[in-house]
Design a protein around this ligand. Structure first.
Ligand code: ZN
Length: 294
């Protein structure tokens, strides 16, 4: 089964698993710089965007959310924004229901990290659990970072953004505290998810390799949220809690994805966020997966 029923979701088999990708909407970055490429000449960034037919006024990031289904297990990886970051996002639950999945059906939630656009949807506006029957998995390192009295943002992230993120994470983690099961830097869940710490974006930021019957898909979470960071990983972004480590991790993952010719999923790349990394003479480029070959 593989089809696009509407812009809300896309589904395909991966070995014995069925993978769904939903859209939660999109987020718009109004100040491209300094959020992205803070130390690069404006003309250079604008020329890059123009050459790729992209706006030089704003960056639009997709909000893709991946779900894995195997028999009675329905596993959501991240939960979108909830209706907490403006009208262009928070569409996940509506789109789950369109696909015939009720929030009560979700058995497990694996969080890649605790940024607002990944944990916002975990509780409703009244702070009750949005997915009441789900076990919740989160990196211990990530939990410890956000729940510390003063999370350390000395190596990245502008103060104003960090303050908002800290408040948001502390509140949401408090609401789900008794439900969380912690995972370590390297862990395996359910026999088909392999978790691997990829720090820089946040300390507990985690990649998830999904595998079944010899087929594999890597969920790269926020390693690169836009093609700008695929072609220029070194330009960096101030959403990373550690700017330099974010660049290093991004470069390592680009190298690995390109040499393994590995299919991956990026939650902020254009919907449905499935593609490959190709090595070029200048560096790397993103090649979206063609739908008809899945
Ligand atoms: Zn994100």
């Amino acid at each position: 089964m593989h089809d696009i029923k509407n812009s809300g979701y896309f589904t395909f088999p991966l070995g014995k698993l069925q993978v769904f990708i939903f859209t939660d909407g999109e987020s718009v970055i109004e100040n491209i710089q300094p959020t992205f490429a803070p130390n690069i000449e404006q003309a250079e960034v604008e020329s890059f965007l123009k050459q790729r037919f992209l706006s030089t006024e704003k960056l639009t990031l997709a909000g893709n959310v991946l779900l894995v289904m195997k028999e009675d297990k329905i596993i959501l990886i991240d939960t979108g924004c909830g209706q907490k970051l403006g009208p262009s996002s928070g569409e996940l639950i509506e789109n789950l229901i369109l696909a015939g999945i009720e929030p009560e059906d979700i058995t497990d939630i694996v969080l890649t990290h605790a940024h607002p656009d990944h944990i916002g949807g975990i509780v409703k506006a009244d702070d009750s659990l949005a997915f009441p029957n789900a076990k919740i998995y989160l990196s211990k390192k990530e939990y410890d970072f956000w729940t510390a009295e003063h999370p350390d943002f000395s190596k990245g992230t502008q103060d104003a953004i960090a303050d908002f993120e800290i408040q948001f994470a502390k509140h949401h983690l408090a609401m789900i505290d008794s439900e969380i099961q912690f995972y370590d830097d390297e862990a395996e869940l359910f026999g088909f998810l392999k978790l691997e710490n990829a720090p820089g974006h946040t300390p507990g930021h985690t990649l998830i390799t999904i595998s079944s019957d010899g087929e594999e898909l890597i969920h790269i979470a926020d390693t690169f949220q836009h093609i700008l960071l695929v072609e220029h990983p070194e330009w960096g972004n101030q959403i990373d809690s550690d700017f330099e480590l974010g660049i290093k991790t991004r470069q390592q993952i680009l190298e690995k994805l390109s040499s393994n010719k590995q299919l991956f999923f990026g939650d902020h790349l254009p919907f449905p966020g499935l593609g490959f990394i190709q090595k070029t003479e200048e560096g790397y480029s993103y090649v979206p997966k063609s739908f008809y070959t899945i």
